[in-house]
Structures are given as structure tokens and as C-alpha cells.
Design a protein around this ligand. Structure first.
Ligand SMILES: NC(=O)c1ccc[n+]([C@@H]2O[C@H](COP(=O)([O-])OP(=O)(O)OC[C@H]3O[C@@H](n4cnc5c(N)ncnc54)[C@H](O)[C@@H]3O)[C@@H](O)[C@H]2O)c1
Length: 243
């Protein structure tokens, strides 16, 4: 019996690494992304890519339904798709606020709600991608940090609500990860080199994490090796929060 996962934000960065790691672990995966690049992941039928915007009302049921239609079960949901916004609060518009919550929070709620009945049947797992920005204050990230704080609290809430039903719910909280997400944010800074230097100096290991390092933490939280862990926010931050 092969385990089955749904992963959002799978076309690049952390989500793509999660698909690669899960595939190596023998999972069958429905990989969801608004970017057509997600179709590169289709190889031998073990990864079913879906090009879809997670903010659309139909997407969660379509993705979860595809997992059951193709593979007959669901063991893992990885809520990972998100956008970043680094902007002082006085420059942050109502539209910025609504757009970020629409991508980073509402689909996590809706995918989770669609998946929980199936995860209860398999005593499966949810792993959310939060951020250190959801745990501590970071300047100029007010709305992004609010969205990640919401993910942290949903994780804790559902861990308790579903513990007796055998569903574990955890999150990873990455620090800076070397993905296009960060590169694009830096490119928009007035001095990208100075911005990178500040980022690196905030991480005691002196570098950003790799997407694969975050993916390995996600796979651990989905595996029987973490059977005693639920409601945990696992930092993958090169020591950022230890300072
Ligand atoms: N990179 C970092 O430094 C960092 C740090 C902390 C947390 N995170 C979190 O990690 C997760 C992944 O980040 P990443 O660095 O891999 O980012 P990324 O931008 O490289 O990848 C995100 C993926 O999500 C997809 N996506 C965005 N909006 C979507 C939508 N509406 N519908 C479907 N797909 C959508 C994108 O197309 C992209 O493929 C995010 O939740 C992010 O908040 C990243």
C-alpha cells in the first residue's frame, strides 16, 4: 500500500523539494501549483500535477478528489503555497492585505477542511509551512507575519482538535531559505547586496537553509519517526530563533 500526499506550491522551491523527497519515500503525490512548471514533475504516474490557483474555490476539492480518484486514499496534506510581502505597514494597502490572506491563509483552511475526513480514515498527517515570521517580530513584514501567525495557530488548534482521531498536525518554521521567493524579495530591495548581508548575519549558521533541508523536516513530521509529535512548530532556521 503506497502512501498518498497532496502538496501545494509544488512547482518550485520548498514545495518542489518536498515532492522529490516524498517520491523517494515511495509516496504518490498530487502536486498543485498555479505555475505550469508543476507539470515537469509528472514522470511515471506517481506524481499527478494540477495547474491551479489555490485561491479558487474549486481547487481544494478538485485536488483532494484527484488524490482519491487516482490513488484511493490520502495520508498527508502539505499546505505550502504562499506569497511574500516585505513592506512597511504605512505603505501596505487593503488590497495587499486581502491578497496575502487570500493566498497564504484561506486555502490552507479550505484544503485542510477538505482533507480532514480522509486523513481521519488513514490516521494521516498535515504539515503546514509557517515561518519564523509567524513566531517573532520581523520589521516590515506585518501582513506576511500575520498570515504565518494564522498558520501557526491553525496548526496548534487542529493538533488538539484531531489528536484523539489519530491525525497529527505540525508545521515547519523556516528562516531564510535559498529559493526564488527570497531572491525576488531581495531584487525588489533598494540595496540587494546589503539586504543579503543582513539576512545572513541574522542566521548563526551564516547561510540560508536549502529547500531540501526544509523538505526533510516536513517529511520527518509526516513519518512514523515523529509519531509522538503533534502541534509542534519545528524551526528550520539555522539558529535564528536561538539568539
Ligand atoms: N524562502 C524563504 O525564505 C521562506 C522562509 C519562511 C517561510 N517560507 C515559506 O515556505 C513556503 C514555500 O516558499 P518558497 O520559498 O519555496 O517559495 P517559492 O515562491 O519558491 O514557491 C512558492 C510556490 O507557490 C506557488 N504559488 C503561489 N501562489 C499560488 C497560488 N495562488 N496558487 C497555487 N500556487 C501558488 C508558486 O507558484 C510557487 O511555485 C511558503 O509558504 C513560504 O511562506 C519561505
Amino acid at each position: 500500500m503506497d502512501l498518498t500526499a497532496v502538496v501545494t506550491g509544488a512547482a518550485r522551491g520548498i514545495g518542489r523539494s518536498v515532492v522529490t523527497r516524498l517520491r523517494a519515500e515511495g509516496y504518490r503525490i498530487v502536486a498543485v501549483d498555479v505555475s505550469p512548471a508543476v507539470t515537469d514533475l509528472a514522470e511515471d504516474g506517481r506524481v499527478v500535477p494540477i495547474v491551479a490557483d489555490v485561491t479558487l474555490d474549486a481547487t481544494p476539492d478538485a485536488a483532494i478528489g484527484r488524490a482519491t480518484a487516482e490513488f484511493g486514499r490520502l495520508d498527508l496534506l502539505v499546505n505550502n503555497a504562499a506569497r511574500f510581502l516585505r513592506r512597511p505597514i504605512l505603505d501596505t494597502t487593503d488590497d495587499d492585505f486581502d491578497a496575502l490572506f487570500a493566498v497564504n491563509v484561506r486555502p490552507t483552511f479550505r484544503f485542510t477542511r477538505a482533507a480532514l475526513p480522509l486523513l481521519t480514515e488513514t490516521r494521516g498527517c498535515i504539515v503546514n509551512t509557517a515561518s519564523i515570521s509567524g513566531l517573532i517580530g520581523v520589521a516590515n513584514q506585518s501582513v506576511y507575519a500575520m498570515t504565518k501567525g494564522a498558520i501557526v495557530q491553525l496548526t496548534r488548534q487542529l493538533a488538539i482538535e484531531y489528536a484523539a482521531r489519530g491525525v497529527r498536525v505540525n508545521a515547519v518554521a523556516p528562516g531564510a531559505v535559498d529559493t526564488e521567493f527570497m531572491a525576488e524579495a531581495r531584487a525588489a530591495d533598494t540595496d540587494p547586496a546589503a539586504s543579503l548581508a543582513v539576512t545572513l548575519s541574522n542566521h548563526p549558521i551564516g547561510r540560508m537553509s536549502t529547500p531540501d533541508e526544509v523538505a526533510r523536516a516536513i517529511v520527518f513530521l509526516a513519518s512514523p519517526e515523529s509519531a509522538g509529535i503533534t502541534g509542534t512548530i519545528l524551526s528550520v532556521d539555522g539558529g535564528y530563533l536561538a539568539r
